[in-house]
Design a protein around this ligand. Structure first.
Ligand code: KMH
Ligand code: ZN
Length: 310
C-alpha cells in the first residue's frame, strides 16, 4: 500500500471510559465539550470523535438532546469532520446507540467490530473520593460488562445508517475484529475505502506493543489491500508513542481525553487541544504534514460537511 502524504489527526473529546473524578479537564457540559472540540480542531485535529454526557453529573449519554446541545456550536465554529460514536454505552442496544447518528447524519460514525469485555475496572482503585455517585459503580462494573456488537448488531447499524452515506471509523481492538470486518465487507455492508482504527491497550483487547501494530497492519494489508485507510489509537500511556510510530508508518492517528487523560508520564493533560498540539509538533518534526479537514474528506471519501443534519 502506498504511503499516504498527509496525516489525519482525530481527537476523541470525552468518551465513555473516564469519569469526572479522574480529571478536571475531562469535558462533560455542552459548553465544555463544544469549546474543547473547537480548540482541538484549531490545534490541528481534522476529525472530532464525539460522545455525549449528562450535563449535570458527567454520566455517559446517548440521548439526542445531549448531542443537540453541542453539535451545532461545533459546526458553526469549525470545519472539522464530526464523527458521532455508536459505542457510547456499555449496556444499551445497538438501536439506542445508533439513534443519534440517524438524527444528525454526521459525516462519520464509530463502529466497534466485535463484542468484548471492554474493561477499565482497575482504574477504580486509584480514587478514594468520587465527585458523583454513579462513577465508582460504573467503573467497577466494567469488569463484568460485555460490550456487545454481534454480526447482527453490526449489520443493523450498517443497514440503518446506509441511507445517510456515513463513513465508519471501524474500531478494531484485536486481530479477530479485522476478520469480522472482512466478512462484513464481503457481504456488501461497507464500501471501500474503509477506515480502520487499530486500537491498542484496552483491557479485553490486544496490548500496546509495537509488534502488535505491525501484526495488525500486515493482517489488514492482506485482507483489504488498497481498499482501506488506517489510524492508530493507543490507550493510556501508549497514546503518544504509538501515534508517533503510526505516523512514521504512513498511518493516521487519534488522541484525546477519551483515550488518555495524560500529556506525559504522570502529568494530566490540561485539555484535548494540548494533546493535539503535542502530537502535531512531534509528527511535523519527524517530517509529516497534518491533513486539513478537506484533505481528510478527500482521503476518506466522505460525503461532505454540507450534508449533515445539525
Ligand atoms: N474509547 C475507545 C477505546 C466508540 O466510541 O465507539 C473506543 C471508542 C468506542 O471510541
Ligand atoms: Zn469513542
Amino acid at each position: 500500500m502506498a504511503r499516504q502524504q498527509r496525516t489525519i489527526i482525530t481527537c476523541a473529546i470525552t468518551g465513555a471510559i473516564h469519569t469526572p473524578t479522574m480529571s478536571d479537564a475531562l469535558p462533560y457540559t455542552p459548553d465544555d465539550i463544544a469549546q474543547q472540540a473547537v480548540d482541538a480542531a484549531e490545534a490541528g485535529a481534522s476529525i472530532l470523535h464525539l460522545h455525549a454526557r449528562r450535563a449535570h453529573d458527567g454520566g455517559v449519554s446517548v440521548d439526542t438532546d445531549d448531542f443537540a446541545a453541542f453539535l451545532p456550536r461545533i459546526k458553526q465554529a469549525t470545519d472539522a469532520v464530526v464523527n458521532i460514536s455508536t459505542g457510547g454505552s456499555l449496556t444499551l442496544s445497538i438501536a439506542d446507540r445508533v439513534k443519534p447518528a440517524t438524527i444528525f447524519s454526521p459525516e462519520m460514525c464509530s463502529l466497534n467490530m466485535g463484542s468484548m469485555n471492554f474493561s477499565f475496572h482497575p482504574l477504580a482503585k486509584r480514587y478514594e473520593d468520587w465527585k458523583f455517585d454513579w462513577e465508582k459503580a460504573y467503573v467497577e462494573g466494567s469488569e463484568g460488562n460485555i460490550f456487545r456488537n454481534t454480526f447482527r448488531d453490526i449489520r443493523e447499524a450498517a443497514e440503518t445508517l446506509a441511507p445517510h452515506d456515513i463513513k465508519f471509523e471501524h474500531e478494531c481492538y484485536d486481530v479477530g475484529h479485522l476478520y469480522n470486518l472482512k466478512f462484513c465487507m464481503d457481504t456488501g455492508l461497507f464500501k471501500a475505502p474503509i477506515f480502520i482504527q487499530f486500537i491498542f491497550g484496552i483491557l479485553g483487547g490486544i496490548g500496546p506493543e509495537i509488534d502488535n501494530l505491525i501484526f495488525m497492519k500486515r493482517t489488514a494489508d492482506r485482507l483489504f489491500g488498497d481498499n482501506y485507510r488506517w489510524s492508530v489509537l493507543g490507550a493510556g500511556g501508549a497514546q503518544m508513542s504509538l501515534a508517533t510510530s503510526a505516523s512514521q508508518m504512513g498511518g493516521n492517528i487519534r488522541v484525546g481525553l477519551e483515550d488518555s487523560l495524560f500529556i506525559s508520564r504522570g502529568k494530566l493533560a490540561e485539555s484535548n487541544a494540548q494533546q493535539v498540539a503535542k502530537i502535531r509538533r512531534i509528527v511535523e518534526d519527524l517530517g509529516c504534514t497534518v491533513a486539513t479537514p478537506d484533505e481528510a474528506r478527500d482521503i476518506l471519501a466522505l460525503k461532505g460537511g454540507d450534508r449533515v443534519n445539525f
